[in-house]
Unconditional design. Sequence first.
Length: 171
Amino acid sequence: MRLTIRSLAWAVSSLLCAYQFESVAGISSDESQKIISNDNKIPGNSPVAYCISPENSILTIKSVILTPSTPIPGQKLKIEATGDLSEDIIDGASVKVQAKVGYITLLTLTLDLCNEITKIGESCPLKKGTHNITREVDIPQYIPAGSYKVSADVESVDHTQITCLEATIRF
C-alpha cells in the first residue's frame, strides 16, 4: 500500500510539478475532478491551480494540457506544459510535495529541483525565458478510491518562491 501511495504521489507530482517542478499534480476538466481555486486556476484542461497568486513568483505557468484529460489507472498520462521564468534557477532549488486524503497526510517529500528536472531532459541552471515540456507518466494500476489533495511548493536556493501549485484529484 505504501508503494502504491508513493507511486500515485510521484505520478501526481510529475503533473503538478509538470515543469518538473516535478512534484505532484492535477488531472482533468471532467466534473469528477475538483478545481481548488477558480481564481488561481492554470489555463488548460487540468485542475492544477496556484496555491497563492503567482504575481511575485519566478515561474508563471501559461498552460497545462493532459492527454487523456482524465487519468486512467494503469495507463500513461501525457503532460504538456508551458511556462515563463522571470529569472534563472540555479542549483539548490527545492520542491516540497505533500499528498493528503482529508486531514491525513500520506506523503511529504522534499526533492532537489535540479536533480528532478534531469528526468525531462533539462538541467540547471534553468535559464530565464519560456520553457515547454512534454512528459509521460504511468498512472498506477491500483489507486485506492478517495479524494487526494496534492501540493508542490517550489523555492529557489535563497527561499524565493518559484511557484506553489495544488490540485484535488478524485479516484
